[in-house]
Ligand binder design. Structure first.
Ligand code: SF4
Length: 697
């Protein structure tokens, strides 16, 4: 439109948890060009290939433009009335726990807030879980056990101030590219800075590393228990800090001393070199990501890392501390607002009666969920068993992304009533829905997101909503009103939702919890529109900053907890029938199930099809040559993948990217093969250590 010609909007990237600020400029032909925002603290003007191609992904091709009931276009009134009636009838007949929402780390905080309020305060169930369960639930659990709250202690600038950065289970170069750029620039400016990469697989990130520790999959707890022993033996324990602020040191060390570090498969010399470097470097940051989280021992891995930082007091100070980098643009916002089935809102606990009462009163709601709901894997199992009879999937594509994806597909197909709200009509999940509702997406919707360093930024709409698409928070408010809760969901703008949310976070502050942004509870519409990226907490007395250097934690005792953790191997054990360990992850230029990035021809040029990395020795054994097709299978599914023979992977291990669906000739819907083994503490699935058979196709 002519009135958009030359207009530049300050907004945030749609993709990963780095949360880069972008400047998007429109022209009269409807084109959008994107540049990095030099004033955003996350990226300081930088962008990666995905972020810089955002303008190439906004075409309306394939967009869902009208609500559909049973595949037939309809109007909003009928679609909303049908959703409300079916949910009400199901709840009346089978109770509130017979319905569920499965939501997304790509929803904006305002969307998430409304979804959480509707399910936990009005429907009265906690059956709302998010695809962030597949991403960072183990970090949440680890933080809560150690710190008493899901608090990220440090900030991105710590990377640049550190003398040693240890990257554990993180291909930062491809998955958080702007943080990688910042790290590479810091190392170039200060060549004495060291980088260690802990990953069973050699990746693009390993190129920057002074040391690559290709440990056996799943053995991180043994590695960091070994480090804790070295910290003790080399007199590097910060006894003042530990004595004043930490519980559990002795028990954690006793357990660590029993660790058999040989399970890492690493040479003693390389282990000692890593231990000496870590112990001897005061300013150390340990970054960890999905290689740690996506594990049946994910929470223990997180706590093994946190133990080492707590024992040395290297936490919450410039250039020191653990840093969990999240996959999605608003995984942090989602966990803050209570998007996980086992949390309330604003980091309040669902099991705590005082917290429940406070939230109940704040919402003035008819009920309040009084027990945790079903986590993602359990939720889809309950759908398959017929216990969940009405399911609403928002802004995510579980038929591609959930472990044991064929089982999930069958469950959704068999569910009595399925609603999907999405931008696109043709996702694998939308195809199975009774009702599909057209939602706005990046460039069209307005709200806030929180990135991996607790920075809240605005995502802004600058293009009109296409067709009849509505914002997710609006769609949920429409349905909530039709279910009879008009006044509680009478929001007219995202700013109204945000103000209520910010006011509610004051409860968290009153209970001495960490998540308090009540300083924003009175923002005007204009102030909300121009909100600058700001790190929380945001109260009348404090904005941002690091946590825990002063030794105040959010546990009942006020002290941090070191946990006694011991190594547990991945749950799937290689057998004669399935002898290969199957690792999964991202590629540089695609995002999730490619519903957006596949629209950019430039992004698809980097890696055009799904593939399987196989070690040369295994390729020889299997009779596979480069570019052959291989059939990969196990009890849960089957995929056909192009073979890439490479020593990036160790013998006995293979790797495949997770993005593709089954719609190409080389069928890449690889989550069919991922076994739904979960961490008993966090409920996060073990997406990196299934076992498979491989044969020429
Ligand atoms: Fe977007 Fe992440 Fe790339 Fe930044 S690093 S531009 S947030 S995809």
């Amino acid at each position: 439109p002519a009135n958009l010609d030359g207009v530049t909007t300050r907004t945030t990237c749609a993709y990963c948890g780095v949360g880069c600020g972008v400047l998007a400029t429109t022209d009269s032909a409807g084109r959008v060009t994107v540049k990095g925002d030099p004033d955003h603290p996350a990226n300081l003007g930088r962008l990666c290939s995905k972020g810089s191609a955002l303008g190439e992904t906004i075409s309306l091709e394939g967009r869902l433009l009208q609500p559909q009931v049973d595949g037939v276009a309809t109007d909003w009134d009928r679609a909303v009335a049908t959703v409300a009636e079916r949910f009400k009838a199901t709840i009346a007949e089978h109770g509130p726990d017979s319905v569920a929402f499965y939501v997304s780390g790509q929803l904006l905080t305002e969307d998430y807030y409304v979804a959480n309020k509707l399910m936990k305060g009005f429907i009265g169930s906690a059956n709302i879980d998010t695809n962030s369960r597949l991403c960072m639930a183990s970090s949440v659990a680890g933080h809560k056990r150690a710190f008493g709250a899901d608090t990220v202690p440090g900030q991105y600038s710590d990377l640049e101030e550190a003398d040693l950065v240890v990257l554990v289970g993180s291909n930062l170069a491809w998955c958080h590219p702007v943080l990688y750029q910042r790290l590479a620039a810091a190392k170039a400016a200060r060549p004495g800075m060291k980088v260690v990469n802990v990953d069973p697989r050699r990746t693009a990130t390993s190129d920057l590393a002074d040391m690559h520790l290709a440990l056996r999959p799943g053995s991180d707890v043994a590695l960091f228990n070994g480090l804790l022993v070295q910290i003790a033996e080399q007199d590097a324990v910060n006894t003042d800090y530990v004595n004043s602020f930490v519980n559990g040191f002795d028990a954690a060390l006793v357990e660590a001393r029993m660790a058999d570090i040989s399970v890492t498969g690493l040479q003693l010399e390389e282990l000692q070199a890593f231990y000496d470097l870590w112990v001897g470097t005061e300013k150390v940051v340990t970054i960890y990501s999905q290689g740690v989280n996506q594990s049946s021992a994910g929470a223990d891995k997180v706590n093994a890392i946190l133990n080492c930082h707590l024992a040395t007091g290297r936490i919450g100070k410039p250039g020191m501390g653990p840093l969990s980098v999240t996959g999605q643009p608003n995984a942090m916002g989602g966990r803050e607002v209570g998007g996980l089935a086992n949390m309330l809102a604003c980091h309040l606990d669902i099991e705590n009666p005082a917290h429940r009462t406070a939230v109940h009163e704040f919402w003035d709601s008819p009920v309040i969920a009084d027990k945790p709901g079903l986590k993602a894997v359990d939720m889809f199992n309950a759908v398959g068993e017929g216990k969940i009879k009405a399911l609403w999937v928002m802004c995510t594509n579980p038929v591609v992304s959930m472990p044991e994806a064929d089982k999930v597909k069958a469950a959704i197909k068999g569910c009595d009533f399925v609603v999907v709200s999405d931008m696109f009509a043709d996702t694998d999940t939308a195809k199975l829905a009774d009702i599909v509702l057209p939602a706005t997406g990046w460039a069209e919707k307005d709200g806030t997101v929180t990135n991996s360093e607790r920075c809240i930024s605005r995502q802004k709409g600058f293009l009109p909503a296409p067709g009849e698409a509505r914002h997710d928070w609006q769609i949920m408010c429409n349905v909530a009103k039709a279910m009879g809760w008009a006044s509680a969901f009478d929001f007219h703008s995202p700013a109204e939702v945000f103000r209520e949310y910010a006011a509610m976070s004051g409860i968290s502050g009153r209970f001495g919890r960490d998540f308090d942004i009540s300083g924003l509870a009175d923002v005007s519409e204009a102030e909300y529109q121009s909100l600058k990226p700001t790190h929380w907490p945001i109260t009348k007395t404090r904005t941002g900053g690091r946590y825990f250097a002063d030794g105040s934690f959010f546990t009942g005792t006020g002290k941090a907890n070191m946990l006694a953790v011991s190594y547990r191997p991945p749950q799937s054990i290689p057998t004669e029938d399935a002898p290969y360990i199957f690792n999964t992850g991202r590629v540089r230029d695609h995002w999730h199930t490619m519903t957006r990035t596949a629209r950019s021809a430039r992004l698809s040029q980097h890696l055009a099809e799904p593939y399987l990395e196989v070690h040369p020795e295994d390729a020889l054994k299997l009779g596979l040559k480069p570019a052959d097709l291989a059939e990969v299978s196990n009890a849960h599914g089957r995929s056909i993948l192009r073979v890439l023979v490479t020593d990036r992977v160790a013998p006995g291990q293979v790797f495949a990217p997770m993005h593709w669906t089954g719609q190409t000739s080389s069928s890449g819907r690889i989550d069919t093969l991922v076994t739904a083994n979960v961490d008993p503490v966090s409920g996060q699935p073990e997406s990196k250590a299934a076992t498979v058979a491989i044969a020429p196709y």
